[in-house]
Design a protein around this ligand. Sequence first.
Ligand SMILES: [Fe+2]
Length: 260
Amino acid sequence: MYLSCVMRYALISDIHANVQALDAVLAEIGVRGEVDATYHLGDLVGYSSNPNEVVARLRDRGIAGIAGNYDSTVATDYKHCGCKSESARQEELAHVSYEFTRSAVTAATKHFLGGLPFSLDLRPSGGHTAGPRLVLVHGTPTLNTLYWTQDRSDEFCLKMAAVVGLKSGDVIAFGHTHKPWQRIVDGIHFVNTGSVGRPKDGDPRAGYVLLDLGDGTPRIEHVRVAYDIEATIAGVRAAGLPDDFIEFLRTGGQPAAVGA
Ligand SMILES: [Fe+2]
C-alpha cells in the first residue's frame, strides 16, 4: 500500500547524449503509469551526438537530478572528463569524446550542467516520521569519478554509507560504472542503476531502475529497454565520432578491439 507521499521512483543514469535511448526509457516509464517521480543520476552528455537534446528533454519534463563527472567537467572546463581509461586507445577516445562534447554543448546546456547538485537526499516521509532515505550520487558520496563496482567489499559499501549517515532500510543509488548491480549490507540497499545510453555489461539495451519504497521495504527492479540504436549510430557517424563508439553501442560496451 502506498503512503501519501511519493514512493515509487524511476532512476535513470548515464544517458550520455543518447536521446533515442532516453526517449525509449521515458516512454516505457510512461506506459507503466505507476511511477511517481523520475530522477537522473548524471552523465547526461559525452560519447554520442545529442547532448543538448538530452538536456532539453529533462528540462521539458522537469526531471531533477545530479551531476555526473562528465557534466561537472564540461561545465567547469576541466582538462579531462574524469573517465578512467584502461588502455592508450581508450584514453585517446576519451579525449575525442570530451572535445566533441565541449564543442557541441550550447551555453544554455553548459549552464544547466553547472547547476546540477553533487547529490540528492530524498526523504519521502519528510523526515517527520521514521522512514527510508533515498540518497542519489553519481559515483560515490565522496567523488563522482570513483567507480563503485560490484566487486567492492561490504566494508567499502558501509564506509560510503557512513559518509551520508545511512541506516538500515535506507537506499543509496549510483551509476558511473554502466554496469547494474545491487546488494544489501547491514540492511542498507546499494543500487547501481546501470546506464541508459551507454551500457557496458554486454547488453546493448538501455537500462534503468524502478525503486518502490511504498511499504517500507525497498523493492528494486532493473529494467532493460530496446531502443532505436541505428538512429543513435547514425547520429554518432554524422557527428564524425569514431567507429569505436558505434561498436561500443552495438555490443553493450564490450567491443572486441578495445576490450570492456
Ligand atoms: Fe558515465
